[in-house]
Design a protein around this ligand. Structure first.
Ligand SMILES: [Zn+2]
Length: 338
C-alpha cells in the first residue's frame, strides 16, 4: 500500500452536497462528488475549506480548470500549507484541481467528453461530464463567494509572460474584479468582456467578481512562477481584509488585449522573437519549414505589440494558434482612476 494514498483518502471524505458555511476555525478537506462516472464510482472535485476565527469574506481560489496547467495547482497546495485558521478572517475555499478528468489525462480538455471546461460555463446539470462539472463549480461551490480567483497557464506545449484578466463590465462587479486584479500584483492586465462559456464571465453574470491569471506552461511547476501566484493570492486576501498586513503598492497597470496568430502552414516553426519582445506591424515573427527545410510560410504580425506567449513545441499544424501578441488596450467600462 502507498502511504500517501491511504492518508489522503482518509483525510478527504466524499460528499454529494458540500457544506461551505463558515464555522470558527474550521479546516476540512473533502471530495465533492458532482456526477457518477460510467464505472459507477463518483467523479469528484477535491477541495479544502479553511475558516478563520472571525467571519468575513468568502474567497475561492481554483486551479486545474485545464488539466495541463499546473503552476496554479502547486500554488494552491502551498496556500493550504501557508494559511492558518488563526491568521485568517472569513472563509477560504481552495480547489486545487477543478478538472480531474483532464488532469488525469494530462490534457487541456476533459478526457471523458473532449470538451474544454472553460468554454461551457455556467454548465448544465444534465449535460456532458464537463458541463456537469461547470454546473457544480458555478452553482454549488462558487455560488456564495464574494470573489473567485482562477489560476491558469499555457498548456504542455507553450509558455507565456504572466498576466491577469478581469471582467470589464459596468458597475460594482467590474470594479471589484479590477481592484482584485490590481491587488494581485501583476502589472499586465487584460480587460475581458463577458465571453460566452468562460468561468469569470459566467460568475460576473451572477454578480460574483472574478479574475483569471496566466503564468508559465510546458506542464512545469517552476517555483518562481507558482510562488508569484501564492503571493498574488495573499495580496488579494489582504486587500479583502482576510489576512492582516498592509497591501503592497500596486504596480502601474498596463492594459492589453490578446491577439493570437495562427500558423499559415503546417511544418516546423522556427521562431525569431522572444517573450517580452516589442514587435511592429508587418514584422516576421518566424518561418514555417517543410520536411526538406524549404520555407513554406511566414508568420507575420498585423499589429504592433509585445510577444506575450508562444507554442514551444516546434512542429505546428496549419491554423493552430502559435504566437500571441499583446496589443495596447484600455478598459471600456471599469473606472481605472478611482
Ligand atoms: Zn487554461
Amino acid at each position: 500500500m502507498v502511504a500517501g494514498w491511504a492518508s489522503g483518502d482518509a483525510m478527504a471524505a466524499i460528499v454529494t452536497g458540500p457544506d461551505l458555511r463558515y464555522r470558527p476555525l474550521r479546516r476540512e478537506r473533502l471530495r465533492y462528488a458532482f456526477a457518477p462516472g460510467i464505472d459507477g464510482t463518483s467523479l469528484t472535485i477535491p477541495l479544502e475549506i479553511i475558516c478563520g476565527a472571525s467571519d468575513g469574506p468568502h474567497l475561492a481560489v481554483v486551479a486545474g480548470v485545464h488539466g495541463d496547467e499546473l503552476e496554479g495547482v502547486r500554488a494552491i497546495q502551498a496556500l493550504s500549507t501557508a494559511i492558518t485558521c488563526e491568521g485568517l478572517a472569513g472563509t477560504l475555499l481552495l480547489v486545487p484541481i477543478a478538472n480531474l478528468p483532464a488532469y488525469t489525462a494530462r490534457t487541456r480538455r476533459g478526457a471523458l467528453d473532449g470538451v474544454d471546461l472553460n468554454r461551457v460555463f455556467p454548465g448544465r446539470a444534465s449535460g456532458s461530464i464537463s458541463e456537469q462539472l461547470a454546473h457544480a463549480l458555478v452553482h454549488v461551490l462558487f455560488a456564495e463567494m464574494q470573489l473567485v480567483v482562477s489560476l491558469h497557464g499555457l498548456g504542455g506545449y507553450g509558455t507565456l509572460l504572466p498576466w491577469m484578466e478581469f471582467v470589464d463590465v459596468p458597475g460594482p462587479v467590474g470594479q471589484a474584479s479590477y481592484a482584485a486584479a490590481r491587488a494581485f500584483g501583476f502589472a499586465d492586465l487584460m480587460p475581458l468582456p463577458l465571453l460566452p462559456g468562460v468561468l469569470i464571465a459566467a460568475l460576473a453574470a451572477r454578480s460574483i467578481p472574478a479574475i483569471e491569471g496566466e503564468i508559465g506552461g510546458q506542464g512545469m511547476i517552476d517555483a518562481t512562477n507558482w510562488q508569484r501566484y501564492v503571493s498574488g493570492v495573499m495580496g488579494v486576501m489582504r486587500h479583502l481584509g482576510m489576512l492582516a498586513g498592509p497591501t503592497m503598492p500596486a504596480l502601474a497597470p498596463r492594459f492589453w488585449d490578446l491577439y493570437w496568430i495562427a500558423a499559415p502552414a503546417g511544418g516546423l516553426f522556427e521562431r525569431r522573437v522572444a517573450l517580452g519582445e516589442q514587435v511592429a506591424s508587418g514584422q516576421t515573427l518566424g518561418i514555417i519549414l517543410d520536411p526538406f527545410g524549404d520555407v513554406i510560410g511566414e508568420v507575420v504580425t498585423p499589429c504592433d505589440g509585445v510577444i506575450g506567449a508562444y507554442q514551444t513545441f516546434a512542429s505546428v499544424y496549419p491554423g493552430e494558434q502559435i504566437i500571441l501578441v499583446w496589443r495596447r488596450s484600455r478598459p471600456r467600462h471599469v473606472n481605472t482612476t478611482s
